[in-house]
Design a binder for this molecule. Structure first.
Ligand SMILES: *[C@@H]1O[C@H](CO)[C@@H](O)[C@H](O)[C@H]1NC(C)=O
Ligand SMILES: *[C@@H]1O[C@H](CO)[C@@H](O)[C@H](O)[C@H]1NC(C)=O
Ligand SMILES: *[C@@H]1O[C@H](CO)[C@@H](O)[C@H](O)[C@H]1NC(C)=O
Ligand SMILES: *[C@@H]1O[C@H](CO)[C@@H](O)[C@H](O)[C@H]1NC(C)=O
Length: 564
Protein backbone atom coordinates (compact mmCIF):
# COMPACT_ATOMS: atom_id res chain seq x y z
CA UNK A 1 0.00 0.00 0.00
CA UNK A 2 1.83 2.73 -1.39
CA UNK A 3 1.31 5.77 0.56
CA UNK A 4 1.96 4.00 3.74
CA UNK A 5 4.97 2.43 2.23
CA UNK A 6 6.07 5.60 0.66
CA UNK A 7 5.43 7.94 3.47
CA UNK A 8 5.77 5.25 5.98
CA UNK A 9 9.15 4.20 4.76
CA UNK A 10 10.08 7.75 4.44
CA UNK A 11 8.84 8.53 7.88
CA UNK A 12 10.09 5.31 9.39
CA UNK A 13 13.46 5.62 7.84
CA UNK A 14 13.56 9.29 8.54
CA UNK A 15 12.47 8.64 12.02
CA UNK A 16 14.94 5.84 12.42
CA UNK A 17 17.63 8.15 11.28
CA UNK A 18 16.40 10.85 13.55
CA UNK A 19 16.56 8.42 16.40
CA UNK A 20 19.97 7.48 15.28
CA UNK A 21 21.10 11.01 15.00
CA UNK A 22 19.95 11.88 18.45
CA UNK A 23 17.42 14.51 17.71
CA UNK A 24 14.92 12.76 19.90
CA UNK A 25 16.71 12.91 23.20
CA UNK A 26 13.78 11.41 25.06
CA UNK A 27 14.46 7.97 23.69
CA UNK A 28 16.90 7.12 26.37
CA UNK A 29 17.58 3.56 25.53
CA UNK A 30 19.83 4.78 22.79
CA UNK A 31 22.84 6.28 24.39
CA UNK A 32 25.09 8.66 22.67
CA UNK A 33 27.64 5.95 22.38
CA UNK A 34 25.29 3.68 20.47
CA UNK A 35 24.38 6.57 18.31
CA UNK A 36 27.92 7.17 17.36
CA UNK A 37 28.47 3.55 16.44
CA UNK A 38 25.29 3.52 14.46
CA UNK A 39 26.21 6.64 12.61
CA UNK A 40 29.59 5.23 11.90
CA UNK A 41 28.24 1.98 10.60
CA UNK A 42 25.71 3.67 8.40
CA UNK A 43 28.42 5.70 6.98
CA UNK A 44 31.01 2.99 6.72
CA UNK A 45 29.97 2.13 3.24
CA UNK A 46 33.48 2.80 2.16
CA UNK A 47 36.31 3.71 4.38
CA UNK A 48 36.82 6.96 2.49
CA UNK A 49 33.20 7.95 2.89
CA UNK A 50 33.26 7.32 6.57
CA UNK A 51 36.40 9.39 6.93
CA UNK A 52 34.66 12.22 5.20
CA UNK A 53 31.64 11.80 7.36
CA UNK A 54 33.01 11.22 10.83
CA UNK A 55 35.79 12.30 13.07
CA UNK A 56 38.14 9.34 13.52
CA UNK A 57 37.59 9.06 17.29
CA UNK A 58 33.96 7.93 17.00
CA UNK A 59 34.56 4.68 15.14
CA UNK A 60 37.20 2.01 14.97
CA UNK A 61 38.68 2.71 11.60
CA UNK A 62 40.13 -0.77 11.20
CA UNK A 63 36.68 -2.31 10.76
CA UNK A 64 35.73 -2.81 7.14
CA UNK A 65 32.52 -4.65 6.56
CA UNK A 66 31.81 -6.76 3.55
CA UNK A 67 28.62 -6.00 1.69
CA UNK A 68 26.80 -8.96 3.28
CA UNK A 69 28.01 -8.03 6.76
CA UNK A 70 26.87 -4.50 6.21
CA UNK A 71 23.38 -5.66 5.30
CA UNK A 72 23.20 -8.07 8.20
CA UNK A 73 24.32 -5.37 10.51
CA UNK A 74 21.81 -2.86 9.17
CA UNK A 75 19.00 -5.38 9.40
CA UNK A 76 19.85 -6.22 12.99
CA UNK A 77 19.91 -2.54 13.87
CA UNK A 78 16.59 -1.95 12.18
CA UNK A 79 15.01 -4.89 13.97
CA UNK A 80 16.20 -3.56 17.29
CA UNK A 81 14.94 -0.09 16.49
CA UNK A 82 11.67 -1.26 14.99
CA UNK A 83 9.48 -1.11 18.10
CA UNK A 84 10.51 2.51 18.62
CA UNK A 85 10.04 3.31 14.98
CA UNK A 86 6.60 1.73 15.07
CA UNK A 87 5.59 3.68 18.13
CA UNK A 88 6.77 7.05 17.00
CA UNK A 89 6.35 6.70 13.26
CA UNK A 90 2.66 5.87 13.49
CA UNK A 91 1.95 9.34 14.75
CA UNK A 92 4.26 10.97 12.23
CA UNK A 93 2.71 9.00 9.42
CA UNK A 94 -0.79 9.84 10.51
CA UNK A 95 0.04 13.53 10.68
CA UNK A 96 1.89 13.66 7.42
CA UNK A 97 -0.25 11.30 5.36
CA UNK A 98 -3.72 12.50 6.23
CA UNK A 99 -3.30 15.90 4.58
CA UNK A 100 -1.89 14.20 1.51
CA UNK A 101 -4.80 11.81 1.37
CA UNK A 102 -7.12 14.75 1.65
CA UNK A 103 -5.41 16.39 -1.31
CA UNK A 104 -5.84 13.28 -3.47
CA UNK A 105 -9.18 12.20 -2.10
CA UNK A 106 -11.29 10.95 -5.00
CA UNK A 107 -14.47 12.84 -5.66
CA UNK A 108 -16.66 9.89 -4.72
CA UNK A 109 -15.46 10.00 -1.13
CA UNK A 110 -16.43 12.64 1.41
CA UNK A 111 -13.70 11.75 3.90
CA UNK A 112 -10.65 9.52 4.15
CA UNK A 113 -8.89 9.19 7.53
CA UNK A 114 -6.97 6.66 9.60
CA UNK A 115 -8.71 5.10 12.51
CA UNK A 116 -5.91 2.67 13.30
CA UNK A 117 -2.30 2.64 12.31
CA UNK A 118 0.47 0.48 13.64
CA UNK A 119 3.26 -0.93 11.57
CA UNK A 120 3.26 -4.39 13.11
CA UNK A 121 6.09 -6.48 14.44
CA UNK A 122 7.90 -7.31 11.21
CA UNK A 123 10.65 -4.88 10.31
CA UNK A 124 11.54 -4.30 6.65
CA UNK A 125 14.73 -5.93 5.42
CA UNK A 126 17.50 -4.16 3.62
CA UNK A 127 18.39 -6.25 0.60
CA UNK A 128 20.98 -4.00 -0.96
CA UNK A 129 23.02 -0.91 -0.16
CA UNK A 130 25.14 1.12 -2.54
CA UNK A 131 26.97 4.35 -2.08
CA UNK A 132 26.86 6.43 -5.22
CA UNK A 133 29.94 8.13 -6.52
CA UNK A 134 29.02 11.75 -6.63
CA UNK A 135 29.79 15.22 -5.55
CA UNK A 136 32.35 15.30 -2.70
CA UNK A 137 30.05 17.72 -0.87
CA UNK A 138 27.42 15.05 -0.26
CA UNK A 139 27.01 11.34 0.40
CA UNK A 140 24.38 9.55 -1.63
CA UNK A 141 23.23 6.06 -0.72
CA UNK A 142 20.68 3.82 -2.31
CA UNK A 143 19.05 1.21 -0.13
CA UNK A 144 16.86 -1.53 -1.44
CA UNK A 145 14.20 -2.60 0.99
CA UNK A 146 11.69 -5.34 1.15
CA UNK A 147 8.73 -5.48 3.48
CA UNK A 148 6.24 -8.26 3.99
CA UNK A 149 4.66 -6.55 6.91
CA UNK A 150 1.82 -7.32 9.29
CA UNK A 151 0.66 -3.79 9.99
CA UNK A 152 -2.72 -2.95 11.34
CA UNK A 153 -4.06 -0.13 9.21
CA UNK A 154 -7.69 0.83 9.12
CA UNK A 155 -8.99 3.66 6.99
CA UNK A 156 -12.28 5.32 7.78
CA UNK A 157 -13.95 6.45 4.63
CA UNK A 158 -17.17 8.28 4.19
CA UNK A 159 -18.94 8.12 0.85
CA UNK A 160 -20.83 11.07 -0.56
CA UNK A 161 -24.13 9.48 0.39
CA UNK A 162 -22.93 9.46 3.98
CA UNK A 163 -22.12 5.79 4.46
CA UNK A 164 -19.10 5.35 6.75
CA UNK A 165 -16.94 2.32 6.16
CA UNK A 166 -13.92 0.97 7.96
CA UNK A 167 -11.50 -0.40 5.39
CA UNK A 168 -8.61 -2.57 6.37
CA UNK A 169 -5.38 -2.60 4.41
CA UNK A 170 -3.94 -6.09 4.43
CA UNK A 171 -1.18 -8.24 3.04
CA UNK A 172 1.21 -5.48 2.21
CA UNK A 173 4.19 -6.51 0.16
CA UNK A 174 6.64 -3.92 -0.98
CA UNK A 175 10.03 -3.79 -2.63
CA UNK A 176 11.67 -0.53 -3.54
CA UNK A 177 14.86 1.46 -3.58
CA UNK A 178 15.24 4.52 -1.43
CA UNK A 179 17.78 7.18 -2.14
CA UNK A 180 19.23 8.90 0.89
CA UNK A 181 21.36 11.99 0.59
CA UNK A 182 23.43 13.35 3.44
CA UNK A 183 24.13 16.97 2.74
CA UNK A 184 25.80 19.36 3.35
CA UNK A 185 28.83 17.75 4.98
CA UNK A 186 30.00 19.86 7.90
CA UNK A 187 32.72 19.81 10.50
CA UNK A 188 30.56 19.22 13.58
CA UNK A 189 28.85 16.06 14.80
CA UNK A 190 27.00 14.25 13.19
CA UNK A 191 28.88 15.71 10.24
CA UNK A 192 26.02 16.58 7.93
CA UNK A 193 23.36 19.23 8.07
CA UNK A 194 20.35 17.43 6.68
CA UNK A 195 19.10 14.15 5.29
CA UNK A 196 17.02 13.96 2.12
CA UNK A 197 15.27 10.80 1.18
CA UNK A 198 13.12 9.73 -1.67
CA UNK A 199 11.67 6.60 -3.20
CA UNK A 200 13.99 6.16 -6.17
CA UNK A 201 12.27 3.13 -7.61
CA UNK A 202 9.16 1.26 -6.68
CA UNK A 203 9.70 -2.34 -7.72
CA UNK A 204 6.68 -4.04 -6.35
CA UNK A 205 3.66 -3.01 -4.35
CA UNK A 206 0.77 -5.26 -3.47
CA UNK A 207 -1.94 -4.95 -0.91
CA UNK A 208 -5.54 -5.88 -0.43
CA UNK A 209 -8.40 -3.75 0.80
CA UNK A 210 -11.10 -5.29 2.90
CA UNK A 211 -14.23 -3.73 4.34
CA UNK A 212 -14.50 -4.76 7.97
CA UNK A 213 -17.71 -6.70 8.25
CA UNK A 214 -18.55 -6.47 4.56
CA UNK A 215 -17.53 -6.91 0.97
CA UNK A 216 -15.67 -4.16 -0.85
CA UNK A 217 -17.28 -5.23 -4.11
CA UNK A 218 -20.62 -4.07 -2.73
CA UNK A 219 -19.55 -0.43 -3.12
CA UNK A 220 -18.51 -0.17 -6.75
CA UNK A 221 -15.69 2.15 -7.59
CA UNK A 222 -14.48 2.63 -4.02
CA UNK A 223 -11.72 0.07 -4.19
CA UNK A 224 -10.33 1.49 -7.45
CA UNK A 225 -10.65 5.02 -6.19
CA UNK A 226 -8.71 4.28 -3.02
CA UNK A 227 -6.07 2.39 -4.88
CA UNK A 228 -5.58 5.21 -7.38
CA UNK A 229 -5.45 7.73 -4.56
CA UNK A 230 -2.79 5.75 -2.82
CA UNK A 231 -0.67 5.35 -5.92
CA UNK A 232 -0.94 9.04 -6.79
CA UNK A 233 -0.13 10.04 -3.25
CA UNK A 234 3.03 7.95 -3.28
CA UNK A 235 3.97 9.19 -6.67
CA UNK A 236 3.63 12.78 -5.72
CA UNK A 237 4.80 12.91 -2.16
CA UNK A 238 7.84 10.69 -2.08
CA UNK A 239 8.81 9.35 -5.49
CA UNK A 240 12.07 10.72 -6.84
CA UNK A 241 12.78 13.53 -7.66
CA UNK A 242 10.39 14.58 -4.90
CA UNK A 243 12.29 14.34 -1.66
CA UNK A 244 11.66 14.82 2.00
CA UNK A 245 14.21 16.89 3.83
CA UNK A 246 14.93 16.37 7.50
CA UNK A 247 17.17 19.06 8.95
CA UNK A 248 19.52 17.62 11.54
CA UNK A 249 21.52 20.69 12.41
CA UNK A 250 19.86 24.11 12.40
CA UNK A 251 20.34 25.89 9.09
CA UNK A 252 18.74 26.98 5.85
CA UNK A 253 18.40 24.00 3.55
CA UNK A 254 16.18 25.55 0.94
CA UNK A 255 18.81 24.78 -1.70
CA UNK A 256 18.15 21.07 -1.14
CA UNK A 257 14.53 21.46 -2.16
CA UNK A 258 13.26 20.35 -5.47
CA UNK A 259 13.31 23.21 -7.96
CA UNK A 260 12.06 23.52 -11.52
CA UNK A 261 14.92 23.47 -14.02
CA UNK A 262 13.04 23.98 -17.25
CA UNK A 263 9.85 23.87 -19.22
CA UNK A 264 8.49 21.10 -21.39
CA UNK A 265 6.30 22.13 -24.31
CA UNK A 266 3.91 19.40 -25.34
CA UNK A 267 1.82 19.44 -28.48
CA UNK A 268 -0.87 16.83 -28.28
CA UNK A 269 -1.48 16.30 -31.96
CA UNK A 270 -3.72 13.28 -32.43
CA UNK A 271 -4.31 9.61 -31.68
CA UNK A 272 -5.05 6.76 -34.02
CA UNK A 273 -6.66 3.34 -33.93
CA UNK A 274 -8.04 3.78 -30.43
CA UNK A 275 -9.95 0.86 -28.94
CA UNK A 276 -13.68 1.44 -29.06
CA UNK A 277 -15.17 1.54 -25.59
CA UNK A 278 -18.71 2.41 -26.60
CA UNK A 279 -21.41 -0.06 -27.56
CA UNK A 280 -23.24 2.44 -29.70
CA UNK A 281 -21.09 4.63 -31.91
CA UNK A 282 -17.46 5.26 -31.08
CA UNK A 283 -15.46 6.41 -28.07
CA UNK A 284 -15.37 10.12 -27.19
CA UNK A 285 -11.68 10.37 -26.41
CA UNK A 286 -9.81 12.95 -24.39
CA UNK A 287 -6.28 12.87 -23.04
CA UNK A 288 -4.88 13.63 -19.63
CA UNK A 289 -1.27 14.79 -19.80
CA UNK A 290 1.14 15.29 -16.92
CA UNK A 291 4.63 14.91 -15.53
CA UNK A 292 3.64 14.83 -11.87
CA UNK A 293 0.23 13.46 -10.99
CA UNK A 294 -0.62 16.50 -8.93
CA UNK A 295 -4.07 17.72 -9.76
CA UNK A 296 -3.02 21.31 -10.25
CA UNK A 297 -0.33 20.20 -12.70
CA UNK A 298 -2.31 17.80 -14.85
CA UNK A 299 -3.84 18.97 -18.11
CA UNK A 300 -6.87 17.60 -19.91
CA UNK A 301 -7.54 17.98 -23.60
CA UNK A 302 -10.99 18.59 -24.95
CA UNK A 303 -13.26 15.69 -25.74
CA UNK A 304 -13.55 14.75 -29.41
CA UNK A 305 -16.97 13.17 -29.92
CA UNK A 306 -17.39 9.86 -31.62
CA UNK A 307 -13.92 9.24 -32.99
CA UNK A 308 -11.24 6.58 -32.79
CA UNK A 309 -8.77 8.84 -34.63
CA UNK A 310 -9.19 12.15 -32.81
CA UNK A 311 -7.24 15.28 -33.72
CA UNK A 312 -6.72 17.44 -30.65
CA UNK A 313 -4.11 19.97 -31.69
CA UNK A 314 -3.58 21.22 -28.15
CA UNK A 315 -0.60 22.75 -26.52
CA UNK A 316 0.49 22.34 -22.89
CA UNK A 317 3.46 23.41 -20.81
CA UNK A 318 4.91 21.60 -17.82
CA UNK A 319 7.58 22.44 -15.31
CA UNK A 320 10.43 19.96 -15.21
CA UNK A 321 12.36 19.32 -12.01
CA UNK A 322 14.68 16.53 -13.04
CA UNK A 323 15.15 15.72 -16.69
CA UNK A 324 17.16 12.59 -15.96
CA UNK A 325 14.41 10.73 -14.11
CA UNK A 326 11.03 12.31 -14.91
CA UNK A 327 8.53 11.07 -17.49
CA UNK A 328 5.71 12.61 -19.43
CA UNK A 329 2.56 10.53 -18.99
CA UNK A 330 -0.40 10.54 -21.38
CA UNK A 331 -3.63 8.75 -20.51
CA UNK A 332 -6.39 8.54 -23.07
CA UNK A 333 -9.94 8.11 -21.75
CA UNK A 334 -13.37 7.66 -23.23
CA UNK A 335 -15.63 10.38 -21.89
CA UNK A 336 -18.81 8.81 -20.57
CA UNK A 337 -20.68 11.99 -19.69
CA UNK A 338 -22.02 11.73 -16.16
CA UNK A 339 -20.30 8.42 -15.47
CA UNK A 340 -16.62 8.03 -14.68
CA UNK A 341 -14.42 8.11 -17.78
CA UNK A 342 -13.05 4.81 -18.97
CA UNK A 343 -9.33 4.40 -19.63
CA UNK A 344 -8.48 3.46 -23.21
CA UNK A 345 -4.73 3.30 -22.65
CA UNK A 346 -1.73 5.13 -21.32
CA UNK A 347 1.86 5.80 -22.30
CA UNK A 348 5.01 7.34 -20.87
CA UNK A 349 7.96 9.10 -22.40
CA UNK A 350 11.23 9.47 -20.44
CA UNK A 351 12.38 13.09 -20.60
CA UNK A 352 16.02 12.08 -20.67
CA UNK A 353 15.51 11.14 -24.32
CA UNK A 354 14.98 14.82 -25.14
CA UNK A 355 17.81 17.08 -26.15
CA UNK A 356 17.37 20.60 -24.79
CA UNK A 357 16.11 22.93 -27.50
CA UNK A 358 15.52 20.12 -30.01
CA UNK A 359 12.01 19.29 -31.16
CA UNK A 360 11.09 15.63 -30.97
CA UNK A 361 8.04 14.07 -32.63
CA UNK A 362 6.90 10.75 -31.19
CA UNK A 363 4.15 8.18 -31.62
CA UNK A 364 3.57 6.42 -28.32
CA UNK A 365 1.86 3.08 -28.15
CA UNK A 366 -0.93 3.01 -25.60
CA UNK A 367 -0.75 0.35 -22.91
CA UNK A 368 -3.25 -0.94 -20.44
CA UNK A 369 -1.08 -0.22 -17.47
CA UNK A 370 2.23 1.54 -17.01
CA UNK A 371 3.55 -0.86 -14.42
CA UNK A 372 2.60 -4.30 -15.67
CA UNK A 373 3.13 -4.36 -19.41
CA UNK A 374 2.20 -7.90 -20.21
CA UNK A 375 -0.85 -6.99 -22.21
CA UNK A 376 -0.01 -6.66 -25.91
CA UNK A 377 -3.45 -5.84 -27.27
CA UNK A 378 -3.46 -2.91 -29.63
CA UNK A 379 -5.07 0.07 -27.89
CA UNK A 380 -3.96 2.74 -30.29
CA UNK A 381 -1.20 5.31 -30.46
CA UNK A 382 -0.84 8.93 -29.53
CA UNK A 383 1.12 11.49 -31.51
CA UNK A 384 3.07 14.19 -29.66
CA UNK A 385 5.60 16.87 -30.37
CA UNK A 386 7.94 17.63 -27.47
CA UNK A 387 10.38 20.42 -26.81
CA UNK A 388 12.37 20.86 -23.61
CA UNK A 389 13.76 24.30 -22.80
CA UNK A 390 15.98 24.54 -19.73
CA UNK A 391 15.53 27.80 -17.85
CA UNK A 392 18.08 30.36 -18.90
CA UNK A 393 17.76 29.63 -22.60
CA UNK A 394 14.30 31.14 -22.83
CA UNK A 395 15.40 34.73 -22.69
CA UNK A 396 17.61 34.00 -25.66
CA UNK A 397 14.68 32.48 -27.46
CA UNK A 398 12.58 35.56 -26.78
CA UNK A 399 15.20 38.05 -27.74
CA UNK A 400 15.86 36.49 -31.02
CA UNK A 401 12.32 37.38 -31.96
CA UNK A 402 12.11 40.80 -30.49
CA UNK A 403 15.36 41.99 -31.92
CA UNK A 404 15.10 40.70 -35.41
CA UNK A 405 12.19 39.94 -37.66
CA UNK A 406 14.40 38.38 -40.28
CA UNK A 407 14.78 35.33 -38.12
CA UNK A 408 14.73 32.22 -40.19
CA UNK A 409 15.74 29.59 -37.72
CA UNK A 410 13.87 28.92 -34.55
CA UNK A 411 16.58 26.53 -33.57
CA UNK A 412 19.23 29.18 -33.72
CA UNK A 413 17.10 31.14 -31.33
CA UNK A 414 16.71 28.23 -29.00
CA UNK A 415 20.37 27.51 -28.74
CA UNK A 416 21.91 29.17 -25.69
CA UNK A 417 23.60 32.35 -26.86
CA UNK A 418 27.08 33.43 -25.87
CA UNK A 419 25.83 35.78 -23.21
CA UNK A 420 22.28 35.14 -22.09
CA UNK A 421 22.53 37.58 -19.21
CA UNK A 422 23.52 40.44 -21.46
CA UNK A 423 20.70 39.53 -23.81
CA UNK A 424 18.04 39.15 -21.18
CA UNK A 425 18.87 42.60 -19.82
CA UNK A 426 17.80 44.16 -23.07
CA UNK A 427 14.92 41.76 -23.56
CA UNK A 428 11.29 42.09 -22.66
CA UNK A 429 9.29 39.98 -20.27
CA UNK A 430 7.16 38.57 -23.04
CA UNK A 431 6.30 34.90 -22.89
CA UNK A 432 7.22 32.52 -25.64
CA UNK A 433 3.62 31.42 -25.94
CA UNK A 434 2.57 34.97 -26.87
CA UNK A 435 4.55 34.94 -30.07
CA UNK A 436 2.76 34.34 -33.33
CA UNK A 437 4.54 32.81 -36.26
CA UNK A 438 2.91 34.26 -39.32
CA UNK A 439 3.93 33.18 -42.75
CA UNK A 440 3.14 31.54 -46.05
CA UNK A 441 3.22 27.78 -46.11
CA UNK A 442 3.93 26.34 -49.53
CA UNK A 443 2.84 22.75 -49.94
CA UNK A 444 3.71 20.76 -53.05
CA UNK A 445 1.86 17.48 -53.25
CA UNK A 446 4.38 15.63 -55.38
CA UNK A 447 3.18 12.05 -55.49
CA UNK A 448 2.05 8.97 -53.61
CA UNK A 449 3.31 5.41 -53.82
CA UNK A 450 1.83 1.99 -53.23
CA UNK A 451 -1.61 3.22 -52.27
CA UNK A 452 -4.01 0.41 -51.39
CA UNK A 453 -6.46 -0.58 -54.13
CA UNK A 454 -10.03 0.51 -53.46
CA UNK A 455 -11.76 -0.35 -56.75
CA UNK A 456 -12.68 -3.79 -58.06
CA UNK A 457 -10.26 -3.18 -60.89
CA UNK A 458 -7.41 -3.23 -58.36
CA UNK A 459 -6.77 0.49 -58.80
CA UNK A 460 -7.92 3.76 -57.23
CA UNK A 461 -8.69 7.26 -58.47
CA UNK A 462 -6.81 9.19 -55.84
CA UNK A 463 -6.78 12.89 -55.00
CA UNK A 464 -5.40 14.81 -52.05
CA UNK A 465 -7.12 17.31 -49.75
CA UNK A 466 -4.98 19.72 -47.74
CA UNK A 467 -6.54 21.33 -44.68
CA UNK A 468 -5.17 23.73 -42.10
CA UNK A 469 -6.68 22.76 -38.76
CA UNK A 470 -7.10 26.25 -37.32
CA UNK A 471 -8.29 28.26 -40.30
CA UNK A 472 -9.98 25.26 -41.90
CA UNK A 473 -8.71 26.41 -45.28
CA UNK A 474 -8.95 23.56 -47.80
CA UNK A 475 -7.34 22.87 -51.16
CA UNK A 476 -7.65 19.87 -53.43
CA UNK A 477 -5.50 18.32 -56.10
CA UNK A 478 -7.03 16.95 -59.27
CA UNK A 479 -8.24 13.36 -59.46
CA UNK A 480 -5.86 10.95 -61.21
CA UNK A 481 -7.65 7.98 -62.77
CA UNK A 482 -6.73 4.38 -62.31
CA UNK A 483 -3.45 4.47 -60.46
CA UNK A 484 -1.85 3.39 -57.18
CA UNK A 485 1.24 5.54 -57.77
CA UNK A 486 -0.19 8.95 -58.65
CA UNK A 487 2.01 11.95 -59.51
CA UNK A 488 0.16 15.23 -58.97
CA UNK A 489 2.99 17.69 -58.63
CA UNK A 490 0.62 20.49 -57.58
CA UNK A 491 1.59 23.45 -55.38
CA UNK A 492 -0.54 25.44 -52.93
CA UNK A 493 0.33 28.58 -50.96
CA UNK A 494 -1.45 28.99 -47.67
CA UNK A 495 -1.31 31.99 -45.36
CA UNK A 496 -0.85 30.82 -41.79
CA UNK A 497 -1.52 33.17 -38.88
CA UNK A 498 -0.19 31.08 -36.01
CA UNK A 499 2.38 28.64 -37.30
CA UNK A 500 3.38 27.17 -33.96
CA UNK A 501 -0.17 26.19 -33.12
CA UNK A 502 -1.59 25.10 -36.45
CA UNK A 503 -1.61 21.65 -38.01
CA UNK A 504 -1.35 20.58 -41.61
CA UNK A 505 -3.70 17.73 -42.45
CA UNK A 506 -3.08 15.95 -45.74
CA UNK A 507 -5.73 13.40 -46.69
CA UNK A 508 -5.72 10.96 -49.57
CA UNK A 509 -9.15 10.23 -51.02
CA UNK A 510 -10.44 7.89 -53.67
CA UNK A 511 -12.82 9.47 -56.15
CA UNK A 512 -15.72 7.18 -56.87
CA UNK A 513 -18.67 7.43 -59.21
CA UNK A 514 -20.91 7.23 -56.18
CA UNK A 515 -19.01 9.55 -53.90
CA UNK A 516 -15.60 9.32 -52.29
CA UNK A 517 -13.74 7.25 -49.73
CA UNK A 518 -10.91 8.30 -47.51
CA UNK A 519 -7.80 6.17 -48.03
CA UNK A 520 -5.74 7.68 -45.23
CA UNK A 521 -4.08 10.80 -43.94
CA UNK A 522 -0.99 12.31 -42.52
CA UNK A 523 -0.91 15.10 -39.98
CA UNK A 524 2.00 17.28 -38.99
CA UNK A 525 2.81 20.40 -37.04
CA UNK A 526 4.61 23.23 -38.82
CA UNK A 527 7.51 23.23 -36.38
CA UNK A 528 9.88 21.41 -38.69
CA UNK A 529 9.21 23.59 -41.69
CA UNK A 530 9.51 26.74 -39.57
CA UNK A 531 12.83 25.44 -38.22
CA UNK A 532 14.30 24.20 -41.48
CA UNK A 533 12.79 26.69 -43.91
CA UNK A 534 12.03 23.99 -46.46
CA UNK A 535 12.24 20.23 -46.88
CA UNK A 536 10.99 17.31 -48.93
CA UNK A 537 10.02 14.12 -47.21
CA UNK A 538 7.95 11.05 -47.56
CA UNK A 539 5.25 10.23 -45.00
CA UNK A 540 3.37 7.02 -44.29
CA UNK A 541 -0.36 7.26 -44.99
CA UNK A 542 -2.04 6.61 -41.62
CA UNK A 543 -5.15 4.52 -41.77
CA UNK A 544 -4.13 2.77 -44.99
CA UNK A 545 -2.50 -0.64 -45.09
CA UNK A 546 0.23 0.66 -47.37
CA UNK A 547 1.16 3.91 -48.99
CA UNK A 548 3.55 6.82 -48.80
CA UNK A 549 2.97 10.44 -49.60
CA UNK A 550 5.77 12.60 -51.00
CA UNK A 551 5.55 16.24 -50.05
CA UNK A 552 7.64 19.36 -50.35
CA UNK A 553 7.07 22.06 -47.74
CA UNK A 554 8.40 25.57 -47.52
CA UNK A 555 7.92 28.36 -44.98
CA UNK A 556 8.20 32.04 -45.87
CA UNK A 557 8.02 34.05 -42.65
CA UNK A 558 6.14 37.31 -42.43
CA UNK A 559 6.79 40.00 -39.84
CA UNK A 560 5.95 38.57 -36.44
CA UNK A 561 2.96 39.98 -34.69
CA UNK A 562 2.48 39.84 -31.00
CA UNK A 563 -0.67 38.64 -29.43
CA UNK A 564 -1.03 41.24 -26.69
C1 LIG B 1 -20.19 16.03 -27.72
O1 LIG B 1 -21.31 15.33 -27.22
C2 LIG B 1 -21.86 15.93 -26.06
C3 LIG B 1 -23.00 15.06 -25.57
O2 LIG B 1 -23.09 13.87 -26.23
C4 LIG B 1 -22.36 17.33 -26.40
O3 LIG B 1 -22.88 17.94 -25.23
C5 LIG B 1 -21.23 18.15 -26.93
O4 LIG B 1 -21.67 19.40 -27.34
C6 LIG B 1 -20.58 17.45 -28.10
N1 LIG B 1 -19.39 18.21 -28.50
C7 LIG B 1 -19.13 18.52 -29.76
C8 LIG B 1 -17.88 19.29 -29.99
O5 LIG B 1 -19.84 18.20 -30.67
C1 LIG C 1 -6.68 27.08 -52.24
O1 LIG C 1 -7.92 27.42 -51.62
C2 LIG C 1 -8.17 28.81 -51.53
C3 LIG C 1 -9.49 29.02 -50.84
O2 LIG C 1 -9.82 27.98 -50.03
C4 LIG C 1 -8.20 29.44 -52.92
O3 LIG C 1 -8.37 30.83 -52.79
C5 LIG C 1 -6.88 29.14 -53.61
O4 LIG C 1 -6.93 29.62 -54.93
C6 LIG C 1 -6.62 27.65 -53.66
N1 LIG C 1 -5.30 27.43 -54.21
C7 LIG C 1 -5.12 26.67 -55.29
C8 LIG C 1 -3.74 26.59 -55.81
O5 LIG C 1 -6.03 26.06 -55.81
C1 LIG D 1 -11.23 10.14 -65.08
O1 LIG D 1 -12.40 9.37 -65.26
C2 LIG D 1 -13.62 10.12 -65.32
C3 LIG D 1 -14.75 9.16 -65.44
O2 LIG D 1 -14.56 8.02 -64.72
C4 LIG D 1 -13.56 11.08 -66.48
O3 LIG D 1 -14.73 11.87 -66.49
C5 LIG D 1 -12.35 11.96 -66.37
O4 LIG D 1 -12.22 12.77 -67.49
C6 LIG D 1 -11.08 11.14 -66.24
N1 LIG D 1 -9.97 12.01 -65.97
C7 LIG D 1 -8.80 11.90 -66.59
C8 LIG D 1 -7.77 12.90 -66.21
O5 LIG D 1 -8.60 11.05 -67.41
C1 LIG E 1 7.04 18.78 -60.98
O1 LIG E 1 6.92 20.07 -61.61
C2 LIG E 1 8.14 20.78 -61.74
C3 LIG E 1 7.84 22.11 -62.39
O2 LIG E 1 6.59 22.57 -62.08
C4 LIG E 1 9.10 19.97 -62.59
O3 LIG E 1 10.33 20.64 -62.66
C5 LIG E 1 9.29 18.59 -61.95
O4 LIG E 1 10.10 17.80 -62.79
C6 LIG E 1 7.98 17.92 -61.77
N1 LIG E 1 8.18 16.69 -61.01
C7 LIG E 1 7.59 15.56 -61.34
C8 LIG E 1 7.91 14.37 -60.49
O5 LIG E 1 6.79 15.47 -62.28
Amino acid sequence: MGFFLGIFFGAALGFGLIVIFARYQNIRSLKRNDLATTVASFARMTVQDSRKLLPPEVYPSWVVFSHRQKLNWLNRQLEKLWPYVDQAASEIIRNSVEPILEQYRPAILAALKFSKLTLGTVAPQFTGVTTMESDPKEIVMEMEMQWDGNPNIVLDIKTLVGVALPIQVKNIRFTGVFRIIFKPLVGEFPCFGAICFSLREKRNLDFTLKVIGGDIGSIPGVSDAIETTIRDAIEDSITWPVRIIIPILPGDYSDLELKPVGMLDVKLIQAKELTNKDLIGKSDPFAEVFIRPLRARMKNSKVINNSLNPIWNEHFEFEVEDISTQHLTVKVYDDEGVQASELIGCAQFPLQELQPGKVKVVWLKLLKDLEIQRDTKNRGQVHLELLYCPYGTESVFMNAFNADFRLTSLEKALRPGPDPIEQSKSGSQQKKSDILFRGVLTVTVISAEELPATDISGKSDPFVVITMKKSDQRNKTRVLNNTLNPVWNQTFDIIVEDGLRDLLIVEVWDHDTFGKDKIGRCIMTLTRVILEGEFSDSFPVDGAKTGKLNLYLKWTPQPILRDL
